[in-house]
Design a protein around this ligand. Structure first.
Ligand SMILES: [Cu+2]
Length: 124
């Protein structure tokens, strides 16, 4: 019932063209593997205030987000997605979040490794 009222209000607003939103479409790469990743990534992006839709493509690894530029930005969306374990161009997921991902979702991270701790002193 509540949803019906909300969608009615949305429809009226849409229909009358009363909108102060600065709708913008942002597209950027998000690392991931499977359908589970897709659900997780899209959910993370949609949870960001100001995001109206999010669609991640499993094949191209591109996330397309429709957002209100007066409320949020691609940077904020990427940060939110990274918080769920998926690397984006601007924000890298924390190792602990990444490690908690299901096995099938552990996307290849070798291209973005930062193992600078390894000084190559392995000979004794
Ligand atoms: Cu996955």
């Amino acid at each position: 019932m509540k949803n019906k009222i909300l969608s009615f209000v949305a429809l009226v607003l849409f229909g009358t063209g009363v909108t102060f939103a600065q709708e913008k479409t942002e597209k950027f790469e998000v690392k991931g593997n499977c359908g589970m990743c897709e659900t997780r990534i899209e959910k993370a992006a949609q949870n960001v205030k100001g995001v109206s839709s999010a669609d991640w493509d499993k094949k191209t690894k591109m996330l397309e987000v429709k957002l209100d530029a007066s409320v949020t930005s691609a940077d904020k969306v990427q940060k939110a997605v990274a918080a769920f374990g998926h690397d984006t161009p601007l924000h890298k997921a924390g190792d602990s979040v990444y490690n908690k991902l299901p096995g099938c979702c552990k996307y290849d991270r070798t291209s973005s490794k930062k193992d600078s701790e390894d000084h190559g002193n392995h000979q004794h």
